[in-house]
Design a binder for this molecule. Sequence first.
Ligand code: 9D3
Length: 252
Amino acid sequence: MRFDVITLFPELVRQVISCGVTGRAAEKGLFKLATWNPRDYTHDVHRTVDDRPYGGGPGMVMRYQPLADALAAAKREAGDEAKVIYLSPRGRRLDQPLVNRLVRTPGMILIAGRYEGIDERFIEAHVDEEISVGDFVLSGGELPAMLLIDAIVRQLPGALGHADSAQQDSFMDGLLDCPHYSRPEVVAGREVPEVLRSGHHERISAWRREQALRQTLKWRPDLLEKADLSDEDRRTIERLKRGLRSENPEAG
Ligand code: 9D3
């Protein structure tokens, strides 16, 4: 897999991706990252990448030509088939199903914008897909591009030390995770739940499933509508709801 990122801050993207899981995956050769700076494709002495918006208004717009020339350079290395993705506040919201689809593509060219955005004609002419990371305002597309790369790379076979962590992530897909504990057995007067020390693997699995349902009911009840639930899960949820209501009679 390869990622080509078109960005005014290539060192930022490289530094973040070089850390942790993504850094080790790069060392293992699981993916390649190349960056392309539109500023390197300008022709004026000031190396101008932005200009004032037609029609007036605040802020600046990224110029078409440096972006198009940076993209052409990226495509010469990535290949003409590489999908071009623009990280954009108006795009489709990133979620795990979208990540899982992108994991199955050989690579992509990511466009990270700055200022108020990029010239619309660049999007019309060159962009295949627009992706947003959520309904809040950021200063540019670099963090969203890094976030997307991180989410994809950790799904690549061999990226995680623990062989089936990614598998387990997608297995648990739809529910929040259960709580985790490590040594010592007692800390600040709080004990590790007894069942986790019992060595009884069936009881541990049942406990973790119930905890996952409990966390989801408490923090993200909306997720339960789409989650893949067994009849046993549904009975557990009804029992947990009765428990929650007696703790907090105001809530649903
Ligand atoms: C005043 C209208 N703003 C649009 C919401 C202008 C604007 C703000 C921030 C235009 C671009 C940006 C920079 N944001 C991104 O490049 C971006 C982004 C984001 O701000 N939120 C969530 N996902 C993304 S993906 C790229």
